[in-house]
Design a protein around this ligand. Structure first.
Ligand code: PLP
Length: 476
């Protein structure tokens, strides 16, 4: 494809994107294909010679699109949202167009410097303490700062590696066998995976309870630490979550922070989905104690209109991170750790992700972004009110950060699962179930950039009438 052919193809693809977004609401949210249906349409070998763009785009439409889940449908309520916005799409396009690799400052100075600026911008919008920012009001660089990683999973892992480097400084290597990490039974699976990947020998999963809104109990955490110390183990890392995946529970970060400081344990705060809610003054109370954390992450790619992938992490002191991840062969020499982001992450190479975040923060501005989040928080509250008016259902946990969980009051777990599967089969909405204290509950995660009140009302009506049809045999 030459430049002129690209000009034509790209313009028609932009038209395709606009048409897609104008019509996405009417598409079945979930693809109803079976495993192997897409691959069976594709040849087993790559083409030997070039194929025409017309043929490629036709195959995209006919063979790929039927197998796509429409995450940007206004009726997609599963998992957490995967944010989309047009400014972000343009940022991704420009990042791909430039195709720079900003692993060192010198390998693309604008990539490093813009990232430092926009991650500080977002940190300030969220009210993070100055210690987490790269640059203070006088333009001086401190020990802290943030970067953009791919995912929250990667953030949790690099924070763990930093915690280990700090704890192991000056200790014999054999002490690694005594390390213990702590998180609640509601922490995301990526926290346990970080422990698996890093071969952390001991993990303590602290139980939460329904009557404690599925939040970490600090007394149980401290008891576990004391027990482990008495057994000769070495507590080094704990993760608190603001907005757990199942129910958006909030761990008591202030109390965890006090325990972390008392026992010299690294506290990482995982706000993968809900962290961006700190840009709302009325939600800041959930973030009390973040100033005691050593690191904090949130994904603009979940709820802040920034396309996947874009996950920001801030460190109060990034030195242990750089100690854990710096390795500079002759061919990768740069300006030094603070500016060479290959030393802040696991891969060497890195995309120019800050470009799309910059586009989003500028194209919306702080007020519009706040309005966007408030809109979804209100939508979830509206759904919770509708649930409250139907005697067959019950809200399973306090609605928070755009998420509401519910279950059939007198139903069995299988009934809630059957209800949601029947709703999903209609193609008019897509949601998932999770487990809270052994009970199967359904989740409605509001966060789509096209989702309006009429969508959530229609979805609730669909759920209620499906329950009637399933469990009483009568249409509502
Ligand atoms: N942490 C929490 C609280 C999450 O909800 C999720 C995903 O939903 C993750 C971590 C993992 O996020 P990622 O896909 O960015 O690794």
């Amino acid at each position: 494809m030459n430049i002129e052919e690209f000009r034509v193809a790209a313009k028609s693809m932009v038209d395709w994107i606009c048409d897609y977004y104008q019509g996405v609401e009417d598409l079945p949210v979930r693809s109803e294909l079976h495993i192997g249906d897409v691959s069976s349409l594709l040849p087993a070998e790559a083409p030997v010679g070039p194929e025409s763009w017309t043929k490629i785009s036709q195959d995209f439409q006919e063979k790929i699109m039927p197998g796509v889940m429409h995450w940007q449908s206004p009726n997609f309520y599963a998992y957490f949202p995967s944010a989309f916005s047009f400014p972000s799409l343009l940022g991704d396009l420009m990042s791909s167009a430039l195709s720079v690799n900003g692993f060192l400052w010198v390998s693309s100075p604008a990539a490093t410097e813009l990232e430092t600026v926009v991650v500080d911008w977002l940190g300030k919008m969220m009210g993070l303490p100055q210690a987490f920012l790269a640059v203070d009001g006088d333009g001086n660089r401190g020990k802290g700062g943030g970067v953009v990683q791919t995912t929250a999973s990667e953030c949790t892992l690099v924070a763990l590696l930093a915690a280990r480097a700090r704890q192991m400084e000056g200790r014999p290597l054999s002490d690694t066998g005594r390390l213990v990490a702590y998180f609640s039974d509601q922490a995301h699976s990526s926290v346990r995976k970080a422990c698996m990947v890093s071969v952390t020998p001991h993990v303590r999963v602290i139980p939460t309870r329904e009557d404690n809104a599925f939040s970490m109990e600090p007394a149980l955490l401290e008891a576990a630490i004391k027990e482990d110390l008495a057994a000769g183990l070495l507590p080094f890392y704990m993760v608190g979550t603001i907005g757990t995946t199942s129910s958006c529970a909030v761990d008591p970060i202030g109390e965890m922070g006090a325990i972390a400081q008392k026992y010299k344990i690294w506290l990482h705060v995982d706000g993968a989905h809900a962290g961006v809610a700190a840009i709302l003054p009325e939600q800041r109370h959930h973030f009390r104690g973040v100033e005691l954390a050593d690191s904090f992450n949130t994904n603009p790619h979940k709820w802040l209109l920034t396309t996947f992938d874009c996950s920001c992490i801030w460190f109060r002191d990034a030195d242990p991170l750089k100690a854990a991840l710096s390795l500079t062969p002759a061919y990768l020499r740069g300006k030094g750790n603070a500016y060479d982001f290959q030393n802040w992450e696991i891969p060497v190479g890195r995309r120019f992700r800050s470009l799309k975040l910059w586009f989003v923060l500028r194209a919306y501005g702080q007020e519009k972004l706040q309005a966007f989040l408030r809109h979804h928080i209100r939508l979830a509250e509206t759904v919770a009110e509708l649930i409250g008016k139907d005697a067959r259902f019950e809200v399973s946990a306090p609605p928070r950060f755009g998420l509401v969980c519910f279950h059939l009051k007198d139903g069995k777990n299988e009934d809630t699962s059957a209800l949601i599967e029947t709703v999903n089969k209609t193609g008019k909405a897509f949601l998932i179930t999770t487990d809270l204290s052994g009970r199967t509950v359904a989740r409605i995660a509001c966060g789509g950039f096209l989702t309006q009140e009429r969508h959530v009302r229609a979805t609730w009506q669909l759920i209620a009438s499906t329950a009637t049809a399933l469990f009483t045999g009568k249409e509502e």
